[in-house]
Design a protein around this ligand. Structure first.
Ligand code: TGC
Ligand code: FAD
Length: 392
């Protein structure tokens, strides 16, 4: 892969909206990605292997629990800092951002929000340092967009419960130490259950043959009469709203992250267009290429404003789930479109691993599907503005 020469586009001087601390945190994450991710990520994707060697680095830039309080090992940062860290990581690779999103928003967040003090003390500091890795099991083979229909269940058995079922498409599952699993009790109420590696009957087979998110490990979580102590159930909230509230946090991170991938594709294509000579002049001088580049920077600027404003609203505790859906949907869509156009600007070189664009493009095919598909987020907006539920 070519050296990482990334320069972030900031067409509307949006840096003026950030504090010095925000910029410091973002620049540290950017430098780490350039130094430790860019040189190895293409090979990791080609080999379809999550590069575990980057786990301590992710912890060091605050990517595991950016907004979790410091008393539990988190970085104690605000929402914009969290967004900026996700932007920088996904600028490197969506799969690496996935690992950080799951660890922070889908594992640490529910333990912090809904766990007992004992659960927090046991898991959060180790998850923040990367000593423990976590996964989040909501999706099932027959229940993806409709997680409320889940069939994974547990039965009361005295001081423990017996868990049965299966989760599919789970990021980090093959190497997770702990899984936050959403399962129904005997009254059909959904609860979060902390299932730990080593519990008898718990297995995590890896899913192979992915053309997307190849540098992220994806797999299943299978439970066959797993005995889970009752002390591993999250007591703070039950019902579908509990996992969906975690998704709000992760979707927010994706809105920023996808922007990072878009910025990288644009920056790569802009640089290439100035250097590539055809018909005796740089291709950047041809109107058709300028149209592509001008539209890219326009969409990136709009998406940056959306992400920033959402960060402010979240920090004030005012962001609605529907606003988060709009940002996730929009920013992933512009990113996938920009990746496609940027790939064309690079001509044949665009399909190689010499440049990051094709990898981003393939990764974004997962990002547009997970954490709620593109269609589901549109329907969430539709419901919000009309009051009419078009899901079922
Ligand atoms: P519905 O009846 O609308 O809601 C059930 C209850 O949940 C509440 N609620 C929310 N609470 C918090 N945050 C949200 N975003 C919420 N949305 C809804 C709601 O108020 C209600 O509460 P209550 O107290 O009245 O019971 O539920 P529904 O069954 O009609 O489904 C709605 C729908 C389709 C929007 C939802 O289920 C959905 O979002 N589906 C998409 C599923 C999804 O996003 N799965 C993601 C799996 S995790 C993942 O992909 C990780 S990828 C990680 C990575 O690698 O980065
Ligand atoms: P389906 O729900 O079967 O949807 C198929 C199609 O039907 C989609 O286009 C969808 O938009 C459409 N559709 C569905 N319902 C409606 C409707 N009511 N109206 C209109 N159209 C509809 N899940 C986890 O729990 N944890 C993870 O860590 C995780 N990581 C993932 C990593 C990867 C790489 C991938 C690909 C997925 C991951 N997922 C994870 C699962 C992801 O959240 C689901 O794939 C997603 O929610 C969609 O579910 P599905 O694949 O079953 O598609």
């Amino acid at each position: 892969m070519k050296p990482d020469l990334f320069e972030a586009p900031d067409y509307y001087n949006l840096d003026d909206l950030l504090t010095e601390e925000h910029k410091m945190i973002r620049d540290a994450a950017r430098a780490w990605v350039k130094r430790d991710v860019s040189p190895i990520i293409e090979q990791a994707a080609q080999d379809a292997k999550f590069p575990k060697s980057i786990i301590p680095g992710l912890a060091s830039i605050g990517a595991f629990g950016p907004y979790i309080p410091e008393e539990y090992g988190g970085a104690g940062l605000d929402q914009i800092s969290y967004g900026l860290i996700m932007q920088e990581i996904e600028r490197g690779d969506s799969g690496v951002r996935s690992t950080a999103s799951v660890q922070s928003s889908l594992v640490m967040y529910p333990i912090w929000k809904y766990g007992t003090e004992e659960q927090k003390q046991k898991f959060l500091p180790k998850l923040a340092s990367g000593e423990f890795m976590g996964s989040f099991g909501l999706t099932e083979p027959d229940h993806g967009s409709n997680p409320g229909g889940m069939v994974t269940r547990f039965k009361d058995a005295g001081d423990h419960v017996i868990l049965n079922g299966a989760k599919l498409w789970i990021s980090n599952s093959p190497f997770c130490d702990v899984a936050v699993v959403w399962a129904k009790d005997e009254n059909d109420r959904i609860h979060g259950v902390l299932v730990e590696r080593g519990m008898e009957g718990f297995t995590t087979p890896e899913t192979h043959n992915k053309w997307s998110l190849r540098a992220s490990a994806t797999g299943e979580l299978i439970f066959q009469d797993v005995k889970v102590p009752k002390s591993n159930i999250l007591p703070g909230r039950s019902g579908l709203g509990a996992p969906l509230s975690c998704l709000d946090s992760a979707r927010f991170g994706i809105a920023w992250g996808a922007l990072g991938a878009a910025m990288d594709c644009y920056d790569t294509a802009l640089r290439y267009s100035k250097e590539r000579i055809q018909f005796g002049r740089p291709i950047a001088g041809f109107q058709l290429q300028q149209k592509k580049l001008a539209e890219m920077i326009t969409e990136i600027t709009k998406a940056q404003l959306l992400a920033w404003r959402l960060g402010v609203l979240r920090e004030e505790g005012k962001a609605t789930s529907a606003q988060i859906s709009m940002a996730k949907r929009n920013n992933v869509e512009i990113a996938i479109n920009i990746a496609r156009e940027a790939r064309q600007i690079l001509g044949g070189m665009g399909i190689t691993g010499e440049y990051s664009i094709m990898r981003h493009s393939m990764n974004l095919e997962s990002v547009i599907t997970y954490e709620g598909t593109h269609d589901i987020h549109l329907l969430i907006t539709g419901l919000d503005i009309t009051g009419e539920n078009a899901f079922s």
